[in-house]
Ligand binder design. Structure first.
Ligand SMILES: Nc1ncnc2c1ncn2[C@@H]1O[C@H](COP(=O)(O)OP(=O)(O)OP(=O)(O)O)[C@@H](O)[C@H]1O
Ligand SMILES: [Mg+2]
Length: 356
């Protein structure tokens, strides 16, 4: 399998990550590529942006043109734990059932940070292989911690390699573990006493988890390949607000710590394209006060947006002189999917990635 090109959109809340991700994916697919778009945003807005139902199974989406393919995947946060466990015990349905019966199973959900992200990564990998895609676009959650999940599998693998887990796994292998017995070492006996009646569940859970260390390592590799290769392209989506600018700064630092350099800033809703109909009205020989007022309000609005954009592009250039900025238009449409289609027509992806 050739490694797919990976594009990740990150940024503050509401700046247009989902819209920009969908537009990038659509424009790539329109240009003939086999593309997978994945959203790990629990808000599940990708379905609106694509205008179709999406779920845990990647499904084929329709294109505007061209011979490419577009698949959409939107893992459900409510199914995350089950999906994750199914990935870990892929060839062992009996172990999945045993875990589901375990009274402590639900504890895992609270104990493992980023379980939804981990489930999403395992599903993404499955879809890449299944549909032989050559590009993957990832839409992330509106959180400053959006890039934290990159290191989750590593910390989990470390946790599972820890001593306590080794003990619990050893206890779990014994058949009778409800009370401490003579065959146990002192530490094991203490653990079982301390845990009391749930000892069997705890030990059982860890015994199962310790057996899948290899799958954790695999998940870790998948994550690194998707998110941490130097070729992975991170786009910082922003709008012309102080909050979005601060989020960009924070994310650049965070990516830097992971040795990742962002590709570009996508400044969304940065300008209003020329309105043909406004020119027609302006040129009309007959006009009314109401029309004049509408036209002047629109002009003022357009100019205000232009000024805000100029302020922020100047600020970004000063702070990050080597980081290209790409301005995306404000699209006057109500339907999220119409906005995505308009932006996809507008985006020139080869130019976008050549910018660095
Ligand atoms: N260029 C644009 N022109 C007009 N409307 C836009 C544009 N980009 C995004 N929007 C609209 O703004 C809203 C927020 O966009 P979107 O959901 O893509 O942001 P997000 O960053 O993914 O949000 P969240 O942080 O909640 O995940 C949506 O209603 C979307 O349709
Ligand atoms: Mg979103």
């Amino acid at each position: 399998m050739n490694h797919p090109e990976v594009i990740v959109c990150v940024g503050g809340g509401g700046v247009g990550k989902t819209t920009a991700s969908a537009a990038i994916a659509l424009s790539l697919a329109n240009s003939g590529r086999r593309v997978l778009i994945v959203s790990i945003d629990p808000a599940r807005r990708l379905a609106d942006a694509m205008g179709v139902e999406l779920g845990t199974q990647a499904r084929a989406l329709s294109l505007d043109s061209g011979s490419g393919q577009l698949y959409g995947l939107m893992p459900n946060p409510d199914d995350a734990l089950r999906t994750f466990v199914e990935f870990l015990f892929e060839e062992e349905p009996a172990a999945v059932e045993r875990l589901l019966q375990n009274r402590l199973y639900q504890v895992l959900e609270a104990a493992v940070p980023g379980i939804h992200e981990l489930a999403a990564i395992s599903l993404t990998w499955r879809a890449i292989v299944e549909h032989e895609v050559d590009a993957v676009v990832i839409d992330t959650a509106p959180s400053r911690n959006a890039v934290d999940f990159i290191s989750y599998p590593k910390s989990l693998a470390k946790l599972l390699g820890g001593r306590a887990v080794g003990w619990m796994a050893a206890i779990g292998k014994r058949t009778s573990i409800v009370s401490p017995d003579d065959r146990m070492g002192r530490v094991e006996q203490l653990l079982v006493r301390a845990l009391g009646p749930v000892a069997r569940d705890v030990a059982g859970l860890f015994a199962e988890m310790a057996r899948v260390r290899k799958r954790f390592i695999l998940l870790n590799e998948h994550t690194s390949k998707l998110l941490l290769r130097p070729e992975t392209r991170y786009f910082l989506v922003a709008s012309s607000t102080a909050a979005a600018r601060d989020d960009v700064g924070y994310l650049i630092k965070k990516l830097g710590k992971l040795d990742m350099t962002p590709q570009a800033i996508l400044l969304n809703s940065a300008f209003v394209p020329e309105r043909e109909w406004a020119h027609v009205l302006e040129a009309a020989s007959v006009t009314t006060a109401a029309i004049d007022e509408v036209l002047s309000t629109l002009t003022l609005d357009r100019e205000a947006r232009q000024r805000a954009t100029a302020r922020f592009t100047k600020d970004f250039s000063k702070r990050y002189p080597n980081l290209p900025q790409v301005l995306l238009p404000f699209v006057e449409a109500v339907e999220p999917r119409s906005i995505v289609h308009a932006l996809a027509q507008y985006l020139d992806f080869p130019a976008l990635v050549a910018s660095r």
